[in-house]
Design a binder for this molecule. Structure first.
Ligand code: NAP
Ligand code: MG
Length: 482
């Protein structure tokens, strides 16, 4: 039974969206020439117009970042840099509701998630890295580690402000200055973050934000004044970046796609596991690089788990992302919805069996019902390719080794989950799995102190924790990155 809930919409009065935005360069907003609209994906309402950054804008931003690095930022002690990071973290906490509402409007993710997960984690990242700023010489990161100078940072649309925090906080803590490009469909919280930099009186040019499309990102990657690239996005664009910098001395971390295996052994606590499966794939509409998008079930419990999963999925509330009761919001863009529909149709054509609960989807906006495919085999494209939506592919196994072989049989290696009562089995399986992050009896848990990143086509290097810091430092040990 699903209870009928009265609507509980969060007010959007707290956000003040301008008609048009420019770039944030050298501490001020500068007008852009061309603009493109950014939509609320739940309604298709045009929220604002975002500047399309040209190479000349990137040049100005890099020049500002270089000047800030030489004249100001590199001259400050770690303790002084840390004070700015603490200040930014506190302002983010004070303005948390404003950021949560704006992120929900621009991205389509439920307010429950922006309010309780995205924005608290953003503040946590700044607090965590603020604490590192004055301790870098004593952290085993090499002798007197030095910043690169200007870091070029490019982020995706699935966790817009959180990905900004993953990039900006370690860069500033380690003494680098920044030129960052948010994703085309979700620039608004990055532009509000620019206001936070002003409010925190961060020296001009330390953080620069140039909005735009793929060509703006490419201009950052190819700029000779940038010595360190931090990219999160698709494997396809990650490969382009790797090719572009191959003959240069630029360093890079690439956080790319995934096809995470969530393995359930027959001794797992079924009800808790079902919650974990739902969280693994339906959190953030499945727009999660480390989503548990392949469920690998031990055959003896498969029917029971699938039955309970269907019951649980019938209770997922799909709808207005600003409603505090909503579990699953809108798909971020029309393009992403098309991709999800295409790959799901391929799943049908390949013979897998599709199931979704009954749910009402609005005709306005971009929506996709929570979906599972059973009868999936290794050869199916929906078992191999990242769908990046609320779609779960379910496979089965008979022996533990078969589960591992299936889990590792993918070009990716970002995340995995193991569900079992036995600690020894969890340790055994986690040693066999080729994934950068492995959760046991839980899924999608994040912490700034924990390194995150992948193997194979899931990327280079790690973000977060001490590993993440080293990627922003010359001679920084343990990078694993280029
Ligand atoms: P995307 O198309 O690769 O875009 C990522 C960013 O790169 C956007 O800002 C994009 O600009 C920009 N870009 C596009 N073409 C570029 C180019 N040639 N040179 C430089 N920058 C370029 O990825 P997405 O569709 O936004 O994000 C989804 C992907 O990100 C998924 O594959 C997901 O798995 C991955 N992801 C990985 C992680 C991780 O930590 N491993 C985390 C989150 C997401 P536009 O917005 O204008 O296209
Ligand atoms: Mg948008």
């Amino acid at each position: 039974m699903t209870f009928e809930y009265a609507p509980a919409p969060e007010s959007r009065a707290i956000v003040n969206i301008k008609l048009k935005y420019g770039h944030f360069i050298n501490g001020s907003f500068v007008a852009g020439k061309k603009h493109f609209p950014t939509l609320n994906p739940a309604t298709e309402e045009v929220l604002s117009h975002i500047a399309l950054g040209a190479t000349s804008d990137v040049d100005k931003a890099v020049a500002a970042a270089q000047k800030a690095y030489t004249k100001t930022w590199s001259k400050l002690s770690g303790k002084e840099r840390g004070k700015y990071l603490y200040r930014i973290a506190r302002i983010l906490q004070e303005r948390a509701r404003e950021f949560a509402v704006l992120e929900t409007l621009d991205n389509g993710k439920p307010i429950r998630e922006t309010r309780d997960i995205d924005i608290p984690l953003v503040a946590a990242h700044f607090f965590y890295h603020a604490g590192w700023a004055d301790k870098l010489d004593y952290a085993g990161l090499g002798h007197s580690p030095k910043a690169y100078g200007v870091a070029g940072q490019i982020i995706p649309w699935n966790f817009p402000l959180l990905m900004l925090a993953w990039k900006v906080a370690p860069a500033l803590a380690t003494g680098n200055t920044v030129v960052l490009k948010p994703a085309e469909t979700t620039s608004l919280t990055a532009l509000l973050f620019a206001e936070v930099c002003q409010q925190a009186e961060l020296p001009d040019g330390v953080v620069n934000i140039v909005t735009g499309d793929g060509s703006t990102g490419a201009a950052i990657v190819n700029h000779p004044g940038i010595h360190k690239i931090a990219f999160t996005g698709s494997t396809e664009v990650g490969k382009k970046i790797a090719r572009a910098i191959a003959s240069t001395d630029k360093k890079a971390t690439l956080e790319l796609g995934g096809k995470g295996a969530n393995i359930v052994f027959d001794d797992a606590p079924i009800d808790e596991t079902v919650e974990g499966i739902v969280n693994g794939i339906f959190f953030n509409q499945g727009h999660v690089c480390c989503a548990g998008s392949r469920l690998i079930l031990q055959e003896s419990i498969a029917d029971e788990v699938i039955e309970k999963l269907k019951v649980r999925m019938s209770k997922i509330r799909v709808g207005d992302p600003l409603d505090k009761n909503t579990d699953l919001g809108a798909i971020n863009s029309k393009e992403q919805l098309v991709k999800i529909k295409e790959l799901s149709a391929i799943g049908d054509a390949e013979g897998a069996e599709r199931w979704s609960p009954q749910c009402h989807l609005s005709s306005k906006g971009f929506w996709f019902a929570p979906t599972i495919f059973t009868g999936v085999t290794q050869a199916h494209r929906i078992a191999q390719e990242e769908i990046f939506g609320p779609v779960l592919s379910i496979l089965t196994f008979r022996t533990p080794q078969e589960a591992i072989d299936k889990a590792n049989n993918t070009p990716f290696g970002l995340s995995a989950g193991i569900w079992s009562e036995k600690g020894s089995r969890i340790f055994w399986a986690s040693q066999q799995l080729k994934a950068g992050v492995i959760w046991a009896n839980t899924f999608n848990k994040f912490d700034p102190a924990s390194p995150f990143g992948g193997y194979k086509e899931s990327g280079w290097g790690r973000e977060g924790g001490k590993h993440g810091l080293s990627a922003y430092l010359k001679n920084g040990k343990e990078t694993g990155a280029k």
